[in-house]
Design a protein around this ligand. Structure first.
Ligand code: SAM
Length: 265
């Protein structure tokens, strides 16, 4: 069967075997681990990942590719192919089904939904040990940005709440077929051992607080928060934290956000 490439599904397949091996090696996988692969495509990394662990569940939206993969791995019982949308996939349920507390999430992501996939996967942070995701370089810059830098924003802080992320290696467009227009980077996310740094009751409130803080890109943080909290109280707490009243959200560290959130609640 000749597969019709679907650019709308972000189909840029890895064609350079060296990068496939580097992805498979990047998460220190052990026999007994469960891997969930996002968007396996033609399976460039699937077999390599599966050879390191005892179970791999691959989620592919494209029905033709899912059928091709089922055929390709028909003799490999440790690989399960699910045809479906990763954004609708319950990672916790897959872990429970396989009798493990936590899994590894790996994928060369379809770039049109990179950010939604990271948000979706991090909702299951408690069931994930680590993730290794190939993303466009511009997103990797945002994931690992420092406060005050151009790339630092909601995605950075949201990611830090659940994990520590680092770029492991860069991937040039020529490593894919067809080559994407952008450079890529493989990012490893190690989940925080004790879960997010606030209690589960506070987590939803903190996420709302972060969204409110970053709601208006060029506005001062004080002005972003004033519609929701008492302005004098925000001024007082910013002062207590040593944050200038004119600061924008992009200048605060996660620790400062958490302290401010807890003080304003
Ligand atoms: N892993 C393969 C590789 O490295 O060659 C393919 C990577 S390609 C960049 C992204 C893959 O994700 C494609 O196979 C595409 O069909 C699939 N995909 C796109 N949207 C998806 C979704 N919402 N859920 C699951 N898979 C999706």
């Amino acid at each position: 069967m000749v597969h019709r490439q679907r650019p709308k599904l972000g189909q840029h397949f890895l064609s350079d075997a060296r990068y496939c091996s580097r992805i498979a090696d990047a998460l220190d996988l052990c026999p007994g681990d469960l891997v969930i692969e996002i968007g396996p495509g033609h399976g460039a990394v699937t077999g390599l990942l599966a050879s390191r662990v005892s179970r791999l569940v691959a989620i592919e939206l494209d029905t033709e590719l899912a059928a091709e993969l089922r055929q390709k791995f028909a003799e490999t019982p440790e690989i399960e192919i699910i045809q479906g949308d990763v954004l609708q996939t319950d990672i916790g349920e897959i872990c429970r089904h396989h009798g493990v507390d936590r899994c590894y999430v790996v994928g060369n992501l379809p770039y049109y939904i990179t950010s939604p996939i990271i948000h979706h996967a991090l909702q299951f942070a408690a069931q994930v040990r680590a993730m290794g995701l190939l993303v466009q370089r511009e997103v990797s810059d945002r994931l690992v940005a420092q406060p005050g830098s151009r790339d630092y924003g909601y995605l950075t802080v949201f990611t830090q709440l659940y994990s520590s992320a680092r770029v492991v290696f860069q991937v040039p467009p020529g490593a894919f077929s067809p080559p994407p227009k952008v450079h890529s980077a493989f990012v490893r996310f190690d989940m925080r051992a004790g879960g997010p740094i606030v209690s589960s009751e506070s987590e939803e409130g903190l996420l709302r607080f972060l969204k409110q803080s970053f709601a208006y890109k060029r506005k001062k943080l004080l002005n972003c928060l004033a519609p929701v909290y008492s302005r004098p109280k925000v001024e007082q707490e910013l002062g207590r934290l040593g944050v200038p009243l004119g600061a924008r959200a992009e200048q605060l560290s996660l620790k400062q956000f958490v302290e401010l959130f807890l003080a304003l609640r």
